[in-house]
Design a protein around this ligand. Sequence first.
Ligand code: NAD
Length: 479
Amino acid sequence: MHRQYYGSIIDGKELPAGRAAVMDSIDPATGEVLAHIQRADQAIVDEAVASSERAVPAWRDADGAERGRAMLRLADLIMQNMDLLAYLESVDNGKPLREAQGDVRLAAGYYAYYGGVADKIHGETVPLGPGFHSYTRVEPYGVTAHIVPWNAALQQTARGVAPAIAGGNTAVVKPAEDTSMAVVEFARLAIEAGIPPGVVNVVTGLGDEAGARLVQHPGVRRIAFTGSVPTGQSVLRASATHLSPVTLELGGKSPNIVFADADLDAAAVGSLAAINFNAGQVCMAGSRLLVHSSVHDEFVERLAALDRQVGLGRGLDNPDMGPITTEKQYRKILDYLEIGRAEGAEAVVGGGAAHVDGLESGRFVQPTVFVNVRNDMRIAKEEIFGPVLSVIPFDDEDEAVSIANDTPYGLTAGLWTTDLSRAHRVAARIDAGQVSVNNYFAGGIRTPFGGYKMSGFGREKGPDAVYHYLQTKTVSIQL
Ligand code: NAD
């Protein structure tokens, strides 16, 4: 179902292979080359930004309801193309088909949600007293840049692009080099939906080439970056050149806390989902599991028993868990498994690369649970971005909160407890942008999302996200 070549989409047209060098997109389950992806150079990025600049006036001045209708058509088209888009995300990223289908639904959901917001955006009047009329206008920035990571390309693109274009901005998207195919197809669907050419452009290419040029481009007036901390810092430095506001959605080392009064069956299943979903390649993965010492051993046994049943395979075959998306990430996870052992942690399940019959060249890792972990070990401090869980015992609520907050990150946290007062008390004390109780992935498009501390700043999702892509102008008149 995939094509052999995917190029940048500018003004609604895909640039031909001859325009620039290409790079390979690899199937992580087989190691085979899936397709060639255009490696956009500076000229292509400049062309994309110029096209998006040209598209600004008409899109900005269009009636909000018209923008919204086009976005709703796009949402429908994404759903109609579920088979193609989910297939592309699954083979490119390696994730199980049902997870890829979930990503497609989520992407469509973003365009529908913010399409519904597009005609409800307005300023307010300010009572300056008799003789004055003062009001605010909310105006788009113009061209926005969206730098997207490889773990969920289509839905991470939608998370930024949907609120941006709902508010009358245009968007240039730079997907990660390893997972560009579905994003290119999405830009084609935007044209089919009647979104004018240039409102959504895509430049495929390398981070330090196409990505770096895009965030330094003087025509880009607002940046949404999702990815690692070091790259986020470099994007922030680049944004200083033209003072473009930035949203940084970065990594995490999220605590997931199991109290002794929790429903332990639900907590075991939920805690493993929190680390094994998308093979742990999730920014909000619950990678530090804090368990009350009175239930620690019993709980670890439950986790190990469940993890031993996890089946690995090619994403399209809908296994419990797919391969690791990139070679670099695969090596990194295997390194951390070694580091954990060297630090004195013990893998009660997993602990190494996994062999899958018929997929000998695939990049598979065994889901792993480490015990004997201290919070000052590297496996507890650093983001691994793989199916590797570090279990740390605690004796009381204060200690749990103290361990949970003893991290440079602050993206999300999970709590498992049947004590309602404890749930509210601890949620308030955790330094994270999102706390979920008794369901690690509770939340969605309607709930604001973003980081504390080194997990970044700015909030995506929720109705307010559209205002992050708008700037306020005050008009005051003496009558
Ligand atoms: P990464 O930082 O390596 O790359 C992210 C994107 O930045 C890619 O498109 C890459 O090409 C681009 N890039 C690289 N160098 C650049 C530069 N100098 N200028 C501009 N763009 C550049 O991250 P990754 O490995 O693709 O993704 C994994 C990371 O992303 C993890 O840390 C994960 O936690 C984080 N992440 C965060 C969220 C969130 O919402 N907070 C969501 C998903 C992933």
